[in-house]
Design a protein around this ligand. Structure first.
Ligand code: DAK
Length: 257
C-alpha cells in the first residue's frame, strides 16, 4: 500500500503521482523515493501509461531530501544509501514526465522537478538549492542539470548562496516552460500530458531520447542520433498511419507499433 504518494489516472494515458507527506512538506525520505521509483517502474511497463504528471501540494512540491533521515547517515551510510538507486530508477524512466510545481521546490525537490521533461509552475513557486546552508551540496543533479538549464552564473549563484528564485525568474532563465495561477498548475500539466499521450508512443520515445542526447553529447553525435532515430520511425505502422491520416484529412489513431 502506498503511504507517501497518491496515484490517479485523470485522463486516458496519463498517470498522475501526487507526493503526499504534508507533515514534512513532501521531504523525500527513503519510503517516498522507493514508492516513487516502484510506481515509475510499473508505469514504464504499462502500455496504457503514455505520460506521467508529478505534483505536490499547494505549499510544497518537495522541500528536499528528508534532513532528519540524512542526519542519521555518516560517510559509509551515504555510500550505501538505498536512495541513490531510487534516484537512478527515476532517471531511467522512459516516458515523458511533466512536473506541476507549486510552493517550495528545494534541494532534492528542485532536483526531482529537473528530472521531469517539462516543468510547469504556479506563480508562487520557489526553486532553490539550499544544501549549502546545511554544510553540504546538491547530490541529485543540482549542479549539473541546473547549470545546463539556467546557465553558469545563475546556477552558481543559487548553489553557492542557497537563495531560491521565483517562478518568474525560473521562466526567464529557462528552468520552467510556463507559469500558471497556482490553482491551475495541475490542470495545465495534465492537459499537456494528455496531448503527449495522444501522439505515437514510439515517436514520443525516440524524440525524447534525442532531446536528452542534446544535454549530454556533442552536436555531431546528437545529430547522428537524431538522424538514426528519425530513420527508424520510418519502419513503424504509426508513421504510416500519421501520414495517411494527414492525407485523408482525418485524425490519426496511433497504436504504438
Ligand atoms: N526534511 C525534513 N523535514 C522537513 C524538511 C526537510 N527537507 N523541510 C521541512 N520539513 C518539516 C519541518 O521540519 C516541519 O516539521 P515540524 O517541525 O512541523 O515537525 C514541517 O516540515 C514544516 O516546515 P517548516 O515549519 O519549516 O515550514 P516553514 O513554512 O516555516 O518553512 C521551508 C518552509 C521550506 C523554508 C523550511 O521548511 C526549510 O527550509 N526546509 C528545508 C529546506 C532544505 O534545506 N532542503 C534541502 C535539503 S538537502 C542525494 C540526493 C538528494 C540530496 C542529496 C543527495 N544523493 C542521491 C546522493 C538532496 C539533499 C537535500 O535536498
Amino acid at each position: 500500500m502506498l503511504t507517501t504518494l497518491k496515484i490517479t489516472t485523470p485522463m486516458e494515458g496519463v498517470l498522475c503521482i501526487t507526493l503526499n507527506r504534508p507533515e514534512a512538506l513532501n521531504a523525500l525520505n527513503t519510503q517516498l523515493l522507493s514508492e516513487l521509483a516502484d510506481s515509475l517502474n510499473d508505469a514504464d511497463r504499462n502500455d496504457k501509461v503514455r505520460a506521467v504528471v508529478i505534483t505536490g501540494s499547494a505549499k510544497a512540491f518537495a522541500a528536499g531530501a528528508d534532513i532528519n533521515e540524512m542526519a542519521e547517515r555518516d560517510l559509509v551510510g551515504m555510500l550505501e544509501d538505498p536512495r541513490q538507486h531510487h534516484w537512478a530508477t527515476i532517471m531511467r524512466f522512459r516516458k515523458p514526465i511533466i512536473a506541476a510545481v507549486n510552493g517550495y521546490a528545494l534541494g532534492g525537490g528542485c532536483e526531482l522537478a529537473m528530472h521531469a521533461d517539462i516543468i510547469i509552475a504556479g506563480e508562487n513557486a520557489l526553486f532553490g538549492q539550499p544544501e549549502i546552508n546545511l554544510g553540504i551540496m546538491p547530490g541529485a543533479g543540482g549542479t549539473q542539470r541546473l547549470l545546463r538549464a539556467v546557465g553558469k552564473s545563475l546556477a552558481t549563484q543559487m548553489v553557492l548562496t542557497g537563495e531560491p528564485i521565483s517562478a518568474h525568474r525560473a521562466l526567464k532563465a529557462g528552468l520552467i516552460s510556463e507559469i500558471t495561477q497556482p490553482e491551475l498548475t495541475l490542470e495545465r500539466a495534465i492537459d499537456i500530458a494528455t496531448r503527449i499521450a495522444s501522439k505515437a508512443p514510439l515517436a514520443v520515445r525516440l524524440a525524447r531520447e534525442s532531446l536528452h542526447k542534446a544535454m549530454d553529447t556533442d552536436l555531431a553525435t546528437g545529430l547522428r542520433f537524431e538522424r538514426h532515430a528519425f530513420t527508424l520511425l520510418a519502419g513503424t505502422a504509426d508513421r504510416n498511419e500519421g501520414i495517411r491520416a494527414f492525407q485523408e484529412k482525418r485524425l490519426a489513431t496511433f497504436k504504438g507499433h
